[in-house]
Design a protein around this ligand. Structure first.
Ligand SMILES: [Fe+2]
Ligand SMILES: [Fe+2]
Length: 230
């Protein structure tokens, strides 16, 4: 079956996108999922068959939670943009981070189909919770919005980092697995760049920064565990 291809979102502010300058945007590992000439490659169109039941379960849990996380991230940034989209200092930054989250989600959607993973039943909850978190923290001010980004991206960056170690246990013979590792590494680096942007934009000056970080970080960790299971 021919995969449904969506257009890769272009960075609208490439100068702000430090790890993803315009040229690199199309040569990163995830670009394999947007390159029309590569759609028949086994790496982007098939799932390994020679892995154990435990390895399959671990792959499915990982991709289920990743897809849910990218959905939530998209809605967090959407919520922030509703409030701060016209702010000249942070509006363009949030917009650019959202563009990257759109790319992450498009790839996770493709990976979910490729590896035949059941999506979480919590998809709609992730959207509402993400939007609410983004909008409420943005209403508390720019610094609080950045503190939310700092907390979320810290957890997600660590999550992708842990996942990379898990994926080292999967056999590399099937070409989809090395590509998956490269994509997760790319996304981890994007998330850590978002974390840096948040800190550089005064996340730590947010009112009740420590409390906000603790609550948002703990909420993300609970959500990760729930989405792995259901
Ligand atoms: Fe992301
Ligand atoms: Fe992110």
């Amino acid at each position: 079956m021919r995969p449904i291809l969506k257009k890769l979102p272009k960075p609208i502010f490439p100068s702000l996108c430090r790890t993803t300058p315009r040229a690199a945007y199309y040569t990163q590992p995830s670009a394999a999922y947007f390159d029309l000439n590569r759609q028949s490659e086994l790496a982007v169109s098939t799932t390994p068959t020679g892995i154990s039941k435990e390895q399959r379960e671990s792959l499915h849990k990982a991709l289920r939670v990743d897809q849910a996380g990218e959905i939530a991230a998209n809605w967090i940034y959407k919520g922030q943009l509703v409030v701060l989209g016209n702010d000249p200092t942070v509006g363009p930054l949030i917009q650019e981070m959202w563009r990257q989250e759109q790319k992450h989600l498009m790839v996770m959607d493709r990976l979910q189909v490729q590896h035949r993973v059941r999506p979480t039943v919590l998809t709609e909850v992730a959207k509402v919770a993400g939007f609410g978190l983004g909008a409420v923290t943005a209403l508390m001010g720019k610094e609080a919005a950045m503190a939310c980004t700092e907390a979320v991206e810290t957890v997600i960056g660590e999550h992708y980092d842990d996942q990379l170690k898990e994926f080292e246990l999967l056999p590399s013979e099937h070409p989809s697995i090395p590509l998956l590792r490269d994509v997760v590494r790319e996304f981890r680096d994007d998330e850590l760049e978002h974390l840096d942007i948040a800190v550089e934009n005064f996340s730590q000056r947010a009112p009740v920064h420590a409390l906000l970080s603790a609550v948002v970080g703990a909420g993300c960790k609970v959500a990760i565990e729930m989405c792995k299971r259901i």
